[in-house]
Write a protein that binds this ligand. Structure first.
Ligand code: MG
Length: 364
């Protein structure tokens, strides 16, 4: 049975699909960014998202899809994918391997849509077991690292304000590969000596240009460089990895666990994001695989509410670095979950993915 109605609190159309003891609900939810987000290729002020709620035997799990435009998914594609799901096929929420195979059989790709279902399943099963997922994975929450906080380039006055805003965070992430990026590093260095990590978003054109920049950055307290060259330039990254004094981390070049083995030659580590790999089920496999291949693990996120960020944070104790500031960058979070305390990822002891809805209207 499929029902649709308007959600007054968020002004979005809620779709409800029921079969037996299973109810799958979803609605679009636009994430409003606190500041304009400037990347090498574009800038934007909001991110489209879809919120998912899955109820089985009266227990509800929350999930979320976040769709930054460069990944190719949209509210339309995510809701179209979700509408194909037969809720009956989710009636045993512990059968994650079978459910993922079923989701993959509905359509290839659609990783954010699949992540939304996967996150809700993890929240649900964790609640049924009465345990948070970091505990089910056997991880020590005290080993979760500090998160970086992203500062994008801006006018000198705005930059000063952003640097002050980053005060509680121990590591600052800077987007490079845009005009004026060295000046940005110099400006930040005039205000703070905190470690920096640099994300180039494929913005440098040749391996030599990347190496020149990395040697310059190595003298300025930078701890690693993310995706310096085009994701297609495997040989360029392999050349760079041999010469770079800083670890080179793959982001755009890695989506799922299937990508990891061939990247070990070209990168020192991978940035795992739930919206790229389809959720926690594959993200955990990626982290284990990277470790086995001697690679470093970074856990990242898109701009997301505390729902998807708290799900990703369950894996934080497996990572050298985490970039889990997505919920801090939005002005309309729907959930309370993972917190950053003294710059460190601090996991909630709540079962599942450790979130609670902020609005009554989220919990129907
Ligand atoms: Mg990145």
């Amino acid at each position: 049975m499929i029902l649709k109605r308007l959600l007054p609190a968020v002004g979005a159309l809620l779709t409800v699909m029921c079969a037996g003891a299973v109810t799958l609900r979803y609605y679009p939810y636009e994430l409003k960014l606190c500041h304009t987000f400037n990347l090498a290729t574009m800038s934007r002020t909001s991110t489209p998202g879809v919120q998912v709620e899955l109820t089985v035997d009266s227990v509800t799990g929350y999930g979320e899809a976040s769709m930054p435009p460069y990944l190719g998914e949209s509210v339309e594609s995510v809701t179209a994918f979700l509408s194909k799901i037969d809720p009956e096929r989710l009636s045993d929420p512990f059968a994650l391997e079978d459910i993922h195979r079923y989701l993959d059989s509905l359509a290839p790709g659609n990783h954010a849509a699949k992540a939304a279902v996967d996150i809700a399943l993890h929240d649900l099963t964790g609640k049924m077991m009465g345990r948070p997922w970091y505990q089910i994975y056997g991880l020590n929450p005290a080993k979760a690292p500090c998160t970086s906080f992203t500062i994008s380039n801006d006018t000198p006055e705005e930059l000063e304000r952003k640097i002050a805003e980053a005060e509680p965070y121990k590591i600052i992430k800077v987007k490079m590969g845009v005009p004026g990026d060295r000046e940005l590093i110099e400006t930040i260095r005039r205000h703070t000596d905190k470690p920096l990590c640099v994300d180039v978003n494929q913005g440098w054109k040749t391996p030599q240009e990347a190496l020149d920049n990395i040697l310059w950055l190595a003298d300025r307290g930078v701890v690693f460089v993310e995706q310096p060259l085009s994701k297609y330039d495997m040989d360029g990254h392999a050349w760079l990895k041999e010469r770079s004094p800083l670890p080179i981390i793959a982001d755009e070049a890695v989506q799922t666990s299937a990508d990891v083995p061939e990247l070990a030659r070209c990168y020192d580590g991978i940035n795992i994001k739930l919206m790229k790999c389809g959720g926690l089920h594959d993200a955990y496999k990626m982290a284990v695989l990277a470790r086995a291949l001697g690679m470093k693990v970074m856990i990242g996120c898109m701009t997301e509410t505390s729902c998807a960020v708290s799900a990703a944070a369950q894996l934080a104790p497996m990572a050298e670095w985490v970039d889990l500031d997505g919920n801090l960058l939005i002005a309309n979070d729907l959930f309370d979950g993972m917190k950053i305390v003294n710059g460190r990822v601090t996991l909630s002891s709540q079962p599942g993915i450790g979130v609670r809805p902020r609005r009554e209207e989220v919990a129907h």
